[in-house]
Design a protein around this ligand. Structure first.
Ligand code: HT7
Ligand code: ZN
Length: 898
C-alpha cells in the first residue's frame, strides 16, 4: 500500500538479457522454472537484486547453478550475495502457482478449461519472480508442457521452434520470440482451440501467417475478425509505413477477461466480445467494436511493443497514440466524408460521456499521471481517449504529412527502446521545425501535466458599416484535485463563418495569422489559441455570420458561446461542417432540457408539458426527411443528449428530475413527428442480406430509432399496431441489430409484449454467452418506471446464468445498472447506492479490477442534490469502513471521499 510517484523514477539496478521459461501446466499446481541471465546496470552503484512476486510459492533459487541466500521483503525476493562486477550471471527460480484459484484474472488463469495469461501492467510477477517493469527488456524462450488430450494447442510469443511428445500422455512446444520485450507483453495459451488461418503477403513481399484461435464451436464467428486483422496490417503499412515484423501473428479469444484485449507480442489475447461476430448474435455496434479493437491491438505492435513505455506514468504514450491510430483506421475504412463524420461524432460522444465527467470529478488526473496506488486504476478514458485527442492535436498543428514525419522520426530514434511522452513530443516538434508546435512545445505539453477540461469562451460582434466581425476568445480551466490553478493550454480552434445561406465566408484576419494547416477544408482555418485571451478581427465580411467553432472537435474542450436560438438553427440546417451541425442539435436539446429543469411543475418527477419549440421540431423534421443526408447522421441528430450528458451540465444534479424532463422531451419528439417516424421506418427498414457496412448500419440505426418512437407514441395513444409490428420484427429479424432494436422498442415503451419477447430471446440465445449478456443488459437499461429497475436487477443477479466471476456477465448487470441507468440507480430512497456498496464489497474479494471499475459509479456523488447526496455518502463510507479492501478499490474510494 505505497504510493508510486512519477518523479521517483530510477533506472533498474540490473538488466535481464534472456529469459528461459519452462511451464508444467496444471490447473491447481503449475510449476514454473525461470532461468535468466542478468547483469548489473553499469551506470549504478552495486545494489541488491529485488524481484517482484505476487501470490507465488517459492521452491528453489540458484545462482550460476549453486544454492544462494535470499530473503523476502513483503512480496519481493531480495538477493544480496551475487557475483560482483558487470559480467552476466545465471539465476534460476522454481515456483508454483494455482491458476484455478486465480479469480483476479491477472497472471496465469483458467477460462473454460484452457490456460490464459494477462501480464499488463503487473501480472507477470504472479507467474514468476521478475524485475516486473516495462524498461527491462529481454529475449524470451518458452517451453510449455501439458496433458495432450486436454491441452492440444500450446502457444506463446514468437515462433514455434520445437514440439513433441512426452511420457504419460503429455506433450511440449517450444517458442522463441525474435524481439526483445518487457515482461508485460509475455503470453501463453494452452487448451482445446481451433484456428481460422490466412496467409498474406505484405507490400514488401514477405509472407505472414495470421491465425484467430477460438473454441471449436465458434469458428463460424471469426470471419469479421480475420478481415479486420488483414485490413489493419494493410492500413498500418499504407498510412504509416509500419510493416508486420513477425512470421506469425495470433489472436486468441477468451470469455473471461478483465479488459477488452491485450497486445502481447505476436499473441494477442482478446475478450470474446471483441473477436466473435455473426449476424444472428452480434449487432452493428459489436461488428464495429471488433474492427476497432482488432486494429487497436495490432497497431500496438509498433506503438507500444517496438517502442514501449519507460514506466507506467507514460501509459498514454502507447494508449493515447494507439487509440488515435485505431480511430483514424476506422475513419479511413469508413471512406465517405459523411461516414467519417459519423465516426468522429461517435468518438466525441464517448469522450464526453466518460472522460469529461472523469476530468471534473474526484478521480481527475493528467494524461500523464503523477502518482498512483494501483496502476490498474489508471487505464482510464483520460489516458486513452483524452490522450488520443492530444495526439490528434499534433496532427492538427503540423498537418497530416508533418505528423507522418514526426512518427517516422520517433521510430528512427526510439525503435527497441522504452521511452517517455516527452520523447514523442520532441520527435513531433523536431520533424516539424517551422510549425506552431515547435514554437509552442513546452506550453503544448501542459496537455500532459494539467488535468481538467478547459473551457473556451467565444463572443462575436458584427459591424455592418465596417464589414468586420470581431471574435473574442478566452480560455480557462477549472481547478482539479491537487491542481488549484492552471496555466493556458495550446488550443487549436478550427473555425468558419457561416452566412445566412450556409456559405462559408472568406476568412481574412486584420492581424495575426492562422496555423499553416494542410488539409483544412475550404472555408475552415485553424487559429491557435495559446494566450489566455485573443481578439480576432475578420475583414470583408459582407453579412452577419454565425461562427462555427471547434469544427470537427479540434480540441478536447468545452465551448461556451452564447448562441441565440436562431444562430443554432442556422448551424443545424446549413453548417458545412457535419460535426457542428450535429453539435448544434445537441446544444438545442441541452438548452431545452436546462430551461425545462427550471420550469416549475407539480413535483420533481412530474413532466413539464411540451418542452420543445415548434421551430426545433420542424428543424429535426427537416433533417429526418432530408433527401441527401446519410441515415447514420440523421440518427445521431435525432437522438436527444442522454441523461448523463444533461447531468454533466448541471452544477447540482437531480437525477429523477433530469430523467423526467428528458422523457417529456422524448414524448413530444415521438408524437409531434409521428408521421415522419413512420415515413422513416418504411423508408429505411429493409437492408437486405446482412452487411455491417456504414450505409446499412446507418439505415438500421435510424429504422431502430423510428420503431422505438412509434412504439412510444402508440403507448401514449393506446394504439396496438406498432407494438405488434415491433414484436413481429423481433421474431422475424434476420440479424441481431434489428432484433435488438425491436426488443428495445418494446422495452422502452413499456409495452407488455416486451415480456414475451424477452422470454423468446432467452429461449433462442441462452447458450450463446455474448447474446445472453445483452439479454441481461437490455432489461437493466430500460427506462425506470416508478423505481422498477432495481427489483429487476435484484432478480437478475439471482438468475442461474448470472455469475460474478465472469467479468462480461457481472458487468452486463452491475455496470449497466450503476453506470448507465441514471434514474434507475439514483433513487430517492438510496437503495441503489446500498446495492452498489454490497456488490463492490462482494466483487472485491474475487476480482479487484472489476470491483474498482464498479466503485467508480459514485464519482459524481458530491454534485448530487439532496436527498441523494447524503444517501450516497453513507453508502461510500460503508465501503470505506472495510479494513480488507484491495488497493484498487481503496484508492478509488479514498479519492471519492477526499
Ligand atoms: N494494453 C491493454 C491493457 C490491458 C489491461 C490492463 C489492466 C488489466 C487488464 C488488462 N488487459 C489489457 C489493453 C489495450 O489498451 O490494448
Ligand atoms: Zn491499448
Amino acid at each position: 500500500t505505497t504510493v508510486t510517484r512519477r518523479l521517483d523514477y530510477a533506472p533498474p539496478a540490473f538488466w535481464i538479457d534472456t529469459v528461459d521459461l519452462t511451464f508444467d501446466l496444471d490447473p491447481t499446481k503449475t510449476r514454473v522454472l525461470n532461468k535468466m541471465t542478468l547483469r548489473r546496470n553499469p551506470d549504478l552503484a552495486p545494489q541488491a537484486l529485488r524481484l517482484d512476486g505476487d501470490e507465488l510459492n517459492l521452491a528453489r533459487v540458484l545462482v550460476n547453478g549453486q544454492g544462494t541466500s535470499f530473503r523476502m521483503e513483503g512480496e519481493q525476493l531480495v538477493l544480496e550475495s551475487l557475483p560482483e562486477g558487470h559480467e552476466p550471471f545465471e539465476l534460476e527460480i522454481f515456483t508454483t502457482c494455482n491458476p484455478e484459484k486465480n479469480t483476479k484474472l491477472m497472471g496465469l488463469f483458467l477460462s473454460g478449461g484452457a490456460f490464459f495469461t494477462q501480464c499488463e501492467a503487473e501480472g507477470f510477477r504472479r507467474i514468476t519472480y521478475f524485475i516486473d517493469r516495462p524498461d527491462v527488456m529481454a529475449s524470451y524462450t518458452v517451453t510449455l508442457r501439458a496433458d495432450k488430450a486436454k491441452y492440444p494447442v500450446l502457444l506463446s510469443n514468437g515462433n514455434l521452434v520445437d514440439e513433441g511428445e512426452l511420457d504419460g500422455g503429455r506433450h511440449f512446444a517450444k517458442w522463441q520470440d525474435p524481439h526483445k520485450k518487457p515482461s508485460y507483453l509475455f503470453a501463453l495459451v494452452a487448451g482445446q482451440l481451433v484456428a481460422r488461418e490466412q496467409r498474406i503477403v505484405s507490400r514488401s513481399g514477405k509472407e505472414h501467417l495470421l491465425q484467430v484461435y477460438v473454441r471449436p464451436g465458434d469458428l463460424d464467428q471469426t470471419e469479421h475478425a480475420m478481415n479486420s486483422l488483414i485490413h489493419s496490417v494493410l492500413w498500418d503499412e499504407a498510412r504509416f509505413g509500419l510493416p508486420l515484423d513477425l512470421e506469425r501473428f495470433m489472436i486468441v479469444a477468451t470469455s473471461d477477461f478483465n479488459a477488452g484485449a491485450m497486445e502481447n507480442k505476436g499473441l494477442n489475447i482478446f475478450n470474446t466480445k471483441y473477436v466473435l461476430a455473426k449476424a444472428s448474435t452480434a449487432t452493428d455496434a459489436d461488428f464495429d467494436a471488433v474492427e476497432s479493437v482488432i486494429g487497436h491491438e495490432y497497431f500496438h505492435n509498433w506503438t507500444g511493443n517496438r517502442v514501449t513505455c519507460r514506466d507506467w506514468f507514460q501509459l498514454s504514450l502507447k494508449e493515447g497514440l494507439t487509440v488515435f491510430r485505431d480511430q483514424e483506421f476506422s475513419m479511413d475504412l469508413a471512406s465517405t466524408p459523411s461516414a467519417r463524420a459519423v465516426k468522429r461524432i461517435e468518438n466525441v460522444i464517448g469522450l464526453r460521456s466518460a472522460q469529461f465527467p472523469e476530468d471534473g470529478g474526484p478521480m481527475a488526473h493528467p494524461v500523464r499521471p503523477d502518482e498512483y496506488l494501483e496502476i490498474g486504476n489508471f487505464y482510464t478514458s483520460t489516458v486513452y481517449e483524452k490522450g488520443s485527442e492530444v495526439v490528434r492535436m499534433y496532427q492538427t498543428l503540423v498537418g497530416r504529412d508533418g505528423f507522418r514525419e514526426g512518427m517516422d522520426l520517433y521510430f528512427q530514434r526510439h525503435d527497441g527502446q522504452a521511452v517517455t511522452c516527452d520523447d514523442f513530443a520532441q520527435a513531433m516538434a523536431d520533424a516539424n521545425p517551422a510549425s506552431d508546435l515547435a514554437r509552442l512545445l513546452p506550453q503544448f505539453k501542459r496537455w500532459y501535466s494539467q488535468s481538467g477540461t478547459p473551457v473556451v469562451k467565444a463572443e462575436g460582434t458584427y459591424d455592418p458599416a465596417a464589414r468586420t466581425y470581431t471574435l473574442k476568445l478566452s480560455q480557462s480551466c477549472p481547478p482539479t484535485p491537487g491542481q488549484p490553478v492552471k496555466e493556458p493550454f495550446v488550443i487549436p480552434v478550427r473555425l468558419g463563418l457561416v452566412a445566412e445561406d450556409g456559405r462559408d465566408l472568406p476568412l481574412r484576419l486584420e492581424q495575426g495569422s492562422f496555423a499553416q494547416v494542410q488539409g483544412d477544408p475550404d472555408g475552415s482555418r485553424t487559429y491557435v489559441l495559446s494566450d489566455q485571451q485573443a481578439t480576432l478581427t475578420f475583414l470583408d465580411v459582407d453579412s452577419e455570420p454565425v461562427p462555427s467553432l471547434m469544427r470537427g472537435f479540434s480540441a478536447p474542450v468545452k465551448l461556451d458561446c452564447n448562441y441565440t436560438f436562431e444562430q443554432l438553427m442556422r448551424l443545424l440546417a446549413k453548417d458545412s461542417d457535419p460535426f457542428n451541425r450535429w453539435e448544434a442539435a445537441q446544444l438545442l436539446g441541452l438548452r431545452t432540457a436546462i430551461d425545462a429543469m427550471s420550469t416549475p411543475t407539480a413535483g420533481e418527477t412530474a413532466a413539464p408539458a411540451r418542452p420543445l419549440s415548434e421551430a426545433y421540431i420542424a428543424a429535426l423534421r427537416g433533417v429526418l426527411r432530408h433527401p441527401e443526408l446519410d441515415a447514420a447522421f440523421k440518427a445521431l441528430v435525432l437522438s436527444l443528449p442522454d441523461d448523463d450528458y444533461i447531468a454533466e451540465q448541471m452544477s447540482e444534479v437531480d437525477p429523477q428530475r433530469i430523467h423526467a424532463v428528458r422523457e417529456a422531451m422524448k414524448a413530444q419528439l415521438v408524437t409531434d413527428l409521428r408521421d415522419d417516424w413512420e415515413w422513416a421506418y418504411d423508408h429505411y427498414k429493409d437492408t437486405g442480406a446482412y452487411q455491417p457496412d456504414p450505409v446499412s448500419t446507418g439505415r438500421r440505426s435510424l429504422a431502430g430509432l423510428a420503431l422505438s418512437a412509434l412504439c412510444q407514441s402508440a403507448q401514449a395513444t393506446n394504439e396496438a399496431i406498432w407494438p405488434g409490428k415491433a414484436y413481429q420484427r423481433f421474431k422475424d429479424a434476420g440479424n441481431m441489430t434489428d432484433r435488438q432494436n425491436a426488443l428495445n422498442a418494446l422495452l422502452e415503451s413499456g409495452h407488455e409484449l416486451a415480456a414475451r419477447a424477452l422470454e423468446r430471446y432467452y429461449e433462442l440465445f441462452h447458450t450463446e454467452a455474448l447474446a445472453l449478456d445483452k439479454w441481461f443488459a437490455l432489461q437493466v437499461l430500460a427506462p425506470d418506471r416508478g423505481g422498477n429497475i432495481l427489483p429487476i436487477v435484484q432478480k437478475l443477479i439471482k438468475h442461474p446464468d448470472f455469475s460474478l466471476r465472469t467479468p462480461n456477465r457481472a458487468r452486463s448487470v452491475l455496470s449497466t445498472y450503476c453506470h448507465r441507468n441514471l434514474a434507475g440507480f439514483h433513487r430517492r430512497d438510496g437503495a441503489g447506492y446500498n446495492f452498489w456498496a454490497d456488490r463492490v464489497i462482494e466483487l472485491d474479494k474475487l476480482n479487484p479490477q472489476v470491483a474498482s471499475r464498479l466503485a467508480r459509479a459514485m464519482d459524481q456523488w458530491a454534485r448530487l442534490a439532496e436527498p441523494y447526496r447524503q444517501a450516497a455518502r453513507t453508502a461510500i463510507e460503508r465501503v470505506a469502513a472495510k479494513t480488507d479492501l484491495s488497493n484498487d478499490v481503496r484508492e478509488v474510494i479514498t479519492r471519492t471521499l477526499a
